[in-house]
Design a protein around this ligand. Structure first.
Ligand code: ADP
Ligand code: MG
Length: 333
């Protein structure tokens, strides 16, 4: 559906050196895919989305949409629509008028317009609110109006730039499910931008993890979680302990990553086997699981998570840590 080929983007600032926001980015996004650009603030996600939408143009490289070079096409000529971070509804227009707005711009005839507004409002479950003003809606409902407005022109690709970041946690979780359902029901290709790794893992068919203008890794959520290829990805997706190889019996030229939930603890005094010794520095009960912070004899710190709290363990106690060898990921140092 979308092919990004060696796209770079530099911004020129007066009296300063050019700043590279995207550095040789390539990816292919499939028809009907829920694809996510994930990375910390400033890594270039919005810049890439704007280039796909046509609000900005690459300094180098090509954007293809359905096979055709679209790098120089203006936004309205692309079968793409965007839901922005701030949903910016017109406050003096009703919900239905807000949703119809883009259709008027596109010169869709009135009878067709009404049918499409009704369809879009049904999709986001706001049929009963068509004649309200945005000020009479909750934040979550306003977000749905913004979604309906973007869906009404029936784009082939919907770009979503941190669309849930203004919502509180509970509503955000609920809207994640809604977005997923919308994507499946409409068959539209979704490209979501987020800095929230949980959101990306929960919703996406595939994720591109970005850092400093580059794509570090691309794959299905499970694949990225289970097989991070770099320290950045291991740290950014979920939680990882990253230890020097020599600390855990490997060469000094690698780092070893182990997820906290794969590390088992037992009291040193129990005599049970394990890979390495340490001392518990803190125990935090987190509801679903318990987090143990441990300082190794060489001063390295790591974390272990367990579903059951382990009886008899206390801060200050000497422990032995163990994990199966398939829990280790070896990263280049
Ligand atoms: P993200 O969406 O991942 O937070 P952005 O794509 O918005 O990141 O920005 C990436 C980098 O490019 C940032 O350092 C940002 O300051 C810079 N940038 C974005 N737009 C411009 C611009 N129009 N002019 C100069 N620098 C920009
Ligand atoms: Mg952004």
């Amino acid at each position: 559906m979308i092919s990004i080929e060696n796209v770079s983007k530099s911004f020129l600032a007066k009296g300063a050196e050019a700043f590279t926001a995207l550095d040789d980015v390539s990816m292919r996004i499939r028809d009907r895919e829920f694809f996510t650009l994930l990375g910390p603030s400033g890594c270039g996600k919005t810049t890439l989305l704007r280039i796909i939408a046509g609000f900005d143009f690459p300094s180098a490289g090509t954007v293809r949409i359905e096979g055709a070079d679209s790098s120089a096409l203006p936004p309205q000529k692309r079968p793409v629509n965007t839901v922005f971070q701030s949903y910016a509804l017109f406050p003096h227009m009703t919900v239905a008028e807000n949703v119809a707005f883009g259709l008027q711009m596109q010169k869709v005839v009135k009878s067709d317009r009404q049918a499409r507004v009704a369809e879009a409002l049904r999709l986001v479950r706001l049929e009963s609110m068509a004649s309200r003003l945005p000020g009479q809606l909750s934040g979550g409902q306003q977000q749905r109006v913004a979604l309906a407005r973007a869906l009404a022109p029936r784009p082939k690709v919907l770009l979503l730039d941190e669309p849930l970041s203004a919502l509180d946690l509970k509503l955000r979780r609920e809207m994640q499910g809604e977005l997923k359902r919308l994507q499946q029901e409409t068959g539209i290709t979704f490209i979501l931008v987020t800095h929230d790794q949980e959101e990306a893992l929960a919703m996406s068919d595939r994720i591109a993890v970005m850092s400093a203008g580059r794509v570090l890794q691309m794959g299905a959520p499970r694949e990225i979680y289970d097989n991070p290829k770099s320290r950045f990805v291991a740290d950014f997706i979920g939680e990882s302990n990253v230890l020097p190889g020599a600390t855990v019996g490997h060469g000094a030229d690698i780092m070893v990553a182990v997820r906290p939930e794969r590390i088992a603890l037992s009291m040193l005094a129990s005599g049970l086997p394990g890979k390495i010794r340490g001392t518990i520095t803190s125990i935090t009960y987190l509801g679903l699981d318990t987090l143990y912070e441990i300082t190794l004899d060489n001063g390295e710190r790591l974390r272990s998570r367990s579903r059951q709290s382990i009886s008899g363990l206390d801060a200050g106690q000497a422990v032995i840590l163990d994990w199966p060898s398939d829990a280790e990921r070896h990263l280049a140092n």
